[in-house]
Ligand binder design. Structure first.
Ligand SMILES: [Zn+2]
Length: 303
């Protein structure tokens, strides 16, 4: 699906582009005009579903008298199409933040001297950027000509270094907390999990049983850790509540229940499910602790 980015994205789905009033892929709110189309509502949204898309519940979202060539496939027409990373994260969030910090309201803006300092740091980093990157960092003076890949590099790699000590503490912390959302590693983890689950066979269950030990809770934590880390699990809840992804319908759920029935023969499968639910619920807290330890470690001066 990777080539279904940018404008070809809406071509592929034969629906309105994100610049249209009914262009949001995920919900059916009507956009409003504020110099550009925005979708300001974040609460109580009616989300699009495979059924609502296929049956054209909102005709304004679709191109007239045409159907998507993908609709013949047995796929979910909403969930199978990823959010456009280039426009939303790189040219969207990261660019917005940088413009806010360099040209925005005075309470968020850094001084022009500091803009020059950040630019200088970016220039200095040039020689340390390996060839696997499409571009070397450029100064902020050229930000209007930055490509998406440069915003991505800033978001994931260089921003953290060049902004340190310059951006207000609170804004810097906010940037760091959002930084991981830019990272493709989250997707890699998903793929690793999918690979693991592609074949559920006896050795895999035995493998998970070997991860068990101690109490049921310890066993489940260890099994989940073997497949993904807390930054993955914080996106899931057992029944998919509070807008999270549904763990219950993952194949790994059955695998864990089966592994537990071998490792903990006295536990009912209901208790296993309850324990998975609790473990997922606390994943965000564990992730926070890991990040705190990490940042404390980074703050310690290196000799
Ligand atoms: Zn929406």
């Amino acid at each position: 699906m990777c080539y279904l980015r940018c404008s070809s994205y809406s071509y592929g789905k034969v629906c309105k582009a994100v610049s249209g009033y009914y262009g949001c892929d995920k919900c059916n709110q009507r956009g409003s005009w504020d110099g550009r189309i925005t979708y300001p509502e974040t609460n109580n949204l009616a989300m699009r579903t495979d059924q609502s898309f296929r049956e054209c519940w909102q005709p304004e979202h679709h191109q007239e008298e045409e159907i998507s060539p993908f609709s013949v496939l047995p796929i979910d027409m909403i969930k199978s199409f990823p959010i456009d990373y280039m426009h939303q994260s790189c040219l969207g969030v990261m660019k917005k933040l940088l413009l806010l910090w360099t040209r925005g309201r005075t309470d968020f803006r850094i001084s022009s001297g500091d803009v020059t300092r950040v630019s200088g740091r970016l220039e200095t980093l040039k020689k340390s950027i390996p060839d696997c990157f499409a571009r070397k960092p450029r100064s902020l003076q050229e930000i209007d000509r930055w490509k998406a890949t440069e915003f991505r590099q800033f978001a994931i790699y260089t921003g953290k270094i060049v902004l340190k000590g310059i951006l207000q503490e609170q804004l810097y912390e906010h940037f760091l907390s959002k930084k991981k959302n830019f990272s493709p590693p989250n997707l890699e983890r998903h793929h690793r999990q999918i690979d693991f689950l592609r074949t559920v066979n006896h050795p895999k269950i035995r493998y998970l049983c070997l991860r068990s030990g101690g109490s049921l809770g310890d066993g489940i934590r260890r099994m989940l850790k073997k497949i993904g880390d807390n930054s993955l699990w914080e996106y899931y809840s057992y029944k998919g509540r509070k807008g999270k992804l549904k763990f219950q319908q993952l194949l790994i759920n059955d695998v864990i229940i089966r592994a537990c029935s071998k490792a903990y023969p006295n536990q009912k499968s209901q208790s296993v499910e309850d324990m998975i639910a609790v473990t997922l619920k606390h994943a965000p807290d564990r992730e926070k602790t890991v990040n705190q330890v990490r940042s404390q470690r980074e703050e310690q001066p290196s000799e």
